[in-house]
Design a binder for this molecule. Structure first.
Ligand SMILES: Nc1ncnc2c1ncn2[C@@H]1O[C@H](COP(=O)(O)OP(=O)(O)OP(=O)(O)O)[C@@H](O)[C@H]1O
Ligand SMILES: Cc1ncsc1CCO
Length: 277
């Protein structure tokens, strides 16, 4: 996607119009950046990971994002409560299976979440998808481990859990039972900061929630969570826009006098904050 077509995209217009509230049960490593990215997109965020309030907060919210980056038994309990509430209310529910293949505990948590919840979208790298498929490989923790799965295998995974996969890396692939949509708009610099994927998962929550309210524009329809093709199309566009903005942030940084990964991290959030204006 050329940079010029990113600004003013319908995704941002819808988020700004509806200002959805996103419930994040996430990891403390990237939480602050994730919340700032959500706010930059025009949505609002609340982080709440106590099982005592998780369902109530998801009821208040327009979408729920579950990120297993630093898992615990208590967080799993909160995720189940929040996810069940999101499902009952027909709200978007996104899973980020961070470090899926890194430990037995993570595998067990993911098995429980996948068996008990209906995920609107699962966003992860190739290695995390391999772990969800039950494959074992030498894990590199939260980093991808050099795995490249056949699209047909990813489609089987999407079909098994009746969901849409946003598989990210040097190539971004959106996968449903019937579709494989490919884009190449990101930059390797995204791998040099933490949370690039976590931010994208939360942005997907904002984009899906923002598209569920009937738009004021004639001819535009509200997103239906029962329509996998519509979800896949929106997920694909959202990933493409986010990765394009990251590349644009890098290009602007290269043209400036300040360089480095922390500069890039700030520029990424800045560019998202102005993309919808
Ligand atoms: N080699 C690459 N070239 C271009 N873009 C990339 C590359 N690797 C990752 N990206 C981009 O980085 C973003 C996040 O994807 P990635 O697969 O790195 O997530 P992740 O491993 O889950 O990240 P994290 O755990 O740090 O949050 C996507 O927008 C993707 O396009
Ligand atoms: C480095 C790290 N460890 C647990 S979560 C996280 C950031 C997201 O990948």
């Amino acid at each position: 996607m050329p940079f010029s077509s990113v600004k003013g995209t319908a995704i941002f217009r819808k988020i700004h119009n509806t200002q959805p509230l996103i419930h994040l049960i996430t990891n403390p490593v990237t939480m602050n950046d994730v919340v700032n990215l959500v706010l930059a997109s025009g949505a609002a965020a609340i982080c709440a990971d106590s099982p005592l309030e998780a369902a109530e907060i998801s009821e208040l919210a327009d979408a729920t994002v579950l990120n297993i980056g630093m898992p615990s038994e208590s967080k799993l309990e909160a995720m189940l409560a929040a996810g069940k509430k999101a499902n009952a209310l027909g709200h978007p529910l996104i899973l980020d299976p961070v470090g899926a293949g890194a430990s037995e505990f993570r595998r067990r948590i993911l098995q429980t979440l996948l068996e008990n919840l209906h995920l609107t979208c699962i966003r992860g790298n190739q290695s995390e998808m391999a772990a969800l498929l039950g494959m074992s490989y030498p894990s590199r923790g939260v980093e991808e481990a050099g795995i490249c799965l056949e699209p047909a295998l990813l489609q089987k995974l999407a079909e098994r859990y009746d969901t849409v996969l946003a598989v990210t890396g040097d190539t971004d692939i959106t996968v449903s039972k019937d579709q494989v949509l490919v884009s190449h708009t990101g930059t390797p610099l995204q791998k040099r900061i933490t949370g690039s994927g976590c931010m994208l998962s939360a942005f997907l929550g904002a984009a899906l929630a923002g598209s569920m309210t009937p738009p004021a524009i004639p001819g535009e329809r509200a997103l239906r969570l029962t329509d996998t093709a519509e979800i896949a199309s929106l997920v694909h566009k959202t990933v493409e826009v986010y990765s394009s903005l990251a590349s644009q942030a890098e290009a602007e940084m290269e043209a400036s006098s300040r360089h480095g990964t922390m500069e890039f991290r700030s520029r990424l959030i800045d560019i998202v904050s102005t993309a919808g204006l």
